[in-house]
Design a protein around this ligand. Structure first.
Ligand SMILES: NC(=O)C1=CN([C@@H]2O[C@H](COP(=O)(O)OP(=O)(O)OC[C@H]3O[C@@H](n4cnc5c(N)ncnc54)[C@H](O)[C@@H]3O)[C@@H](O)[C@H]2O)C=CC1
Ligand SMILES: CC(C)CC(=O)C(=O)O
Ligand SMILES: [Mg+2]
Length: 352
């Protein structure tokens, strides 16, 4: 039996998580395993219920399960709260408390969606890279931080061990993929990036068969759009990984396509890379594929069931090949289906 904690969160979070749970339940039924799903409030939804964005009960449930499924948090309703009380601060806290230091963000273009990308087919076709984003350090966590009327400040800091551990798993992933790692930093300007670069090269000595290159983040943003096929594994810090993976979203057609796995030593959490999309929340318009594909990553990484993961990817591929498109991936003139229609089609394509 697998024990899963579902924390749908805010905005489109509950809509896309419902899609992912439907897929999970269908697979459990099909293959005869048991999944116990326990739902807990998180983010703004939790604040509205309990006056806290992340309760001890939710955190404890996340510590005591096999995997966590997260939708997204945040939205205009909670934007004016003090920084440390915002839903986004709770997201940082849960990542830190669960020790989720590595955020894996694969960017793969589905053949059926090559024409949904904002780029030319020959540029995006065949794109298949993964971003290893450091998730519990860097400028999102560094102290001191704050602002007053005249000044705002944050601190970007990385400790050697934080760079070592993300670099090591990026090199290990490259061994099983295309054998290439691109480390992305801003070492021409930032001292913290110089440390990053030095440590990545030290770790590389243990992986001599892997081809390592360095790239500055500004160039990397351009290169992902110019020629995304040049990348295999990208390893980078928290802020740069956040930004670059949203850019990768547009290569694959939409932010609504990109899943992620946030992994640590003892816990794992699966979440789409997108946010709570307040502009379309509650309208049954959101693309559930990023969250459904996050479930595939859960089966692969937490339950060591790559065949089940492939069934999910295949069902997504088939559904897209049948022509179903939510609004974000529909081209002009194509009619769009709803979140629940897309979910139902993927569930159907999982077969009996
Ligand atoms: N992991 C998380 O919980 C994250 C939370 N956020 C929060 O979400 C809120 C909104 O942030 P935004 O900057 O607007 O980013 P966003 O990712 O929520 O939305 C950006 C744009 O992409 C679209 N979009 C996103 N996901 C989609 C999906 N599944 N299907 C179709 N369209 C989709 C939205 O409609 C919007 O136009 C903020 O409060 C932000 O802090 C942002 C990023 C990550
Ligand atoms: C704390 C966040 C909202 C960060 C973010 O945008 C992300 O993890 O994708
Ligand atoms: Mg982001």
């Amino acid at each position: 039996m697998y024990k899963i904690v579902s924390i749908p969160g805010d905005g489109i979070g509950p809509e896309v998580v419902a899609g992912a749970l439907a897929v999970m339940n269908r697979l459990a039924e099909k293959h005869g395993f048991t999944i116990a799903i326990e739902e807990h409030p998180f983010g703004g939804a939790s604040y509205d219920l309990h006056g806290e964005m992340l309760t001890e009960a939710t955190l404890e449930a996340c510590r005591n399960c096999d995997a966590v499924l997260l939708g997204a948090v945040g939205g205009p309703k909670w934007e004016s709260l003090p920084h440390e009380h915002k839903p986004e601060a709770a997201l940082l806290k849960i990542r830190r408390e669960l020790g989720l230091f590595a955020n894996l963000r694969p960017a793969k273009v589905y053949d059926a969606l090559i024409d949904a990308s904002s780029l030319k087919a020959d540029v995006v076709g065949g794109t298949d890279f993964v971003v290893f984003r450091e998730l519990t350090g860097g400028i999102y966590f560094g102290q001191p931080r704050g602002y007053d009327e005249n000044k705002g400040w944050n601190t970007m800091v990385y400790e050697r061990y934080e760079v070592e551990r993300i670099a090591r798993i990026a090199f290990e992933a490259a061994q099983k993929r295309g054998g290439r790692v691109t480390s992305i930093d801003k070492a021409n300007v930032l001292e913290v990036s110089q440390l990053w670069r030095n440590v990545v090269h030290e770790v590389h000595r243990d992986f001599p068969e892997i081809e390592l290159s360095d790239m500055y983040v500004d160039n990397a943003a351009m290169q992902i759009v110019r020629n995304p096929k040049q990348f295999d594994v990208i390893v980078t810090g928290n802020l740069f990984g956040d930004i670059l993976s949203d850019i990768a979203g547009m290569i694959t057609g939409s932010l609504g396509m990109l899943p992620s796995a946030s992994i640590g030593k003892s816990h794992a959490l699966y979440e789409p890379i997108h946010g709570s999309a307040p502009d379309i929340a509650g309208q049954n318009k959101a693309n559930p594929i990023a969250t459904i594909a996050s479930v595939a990553m859960m089966f692969e990484h937490s339950f060591c069931m790559p065949d089940i993961a492939n069934e999910i990817y295949q069902a997504i591929e088939t559904t897209l090949a049948e022509g179903l498109r939510t609004a974000d991936i529909a081209n002009a003139g194509q009619s769009a289906v709803s979140t629940t229609e897309m979910t139902a089609a993927i569930v159907k394509n999982l077969g009996q």
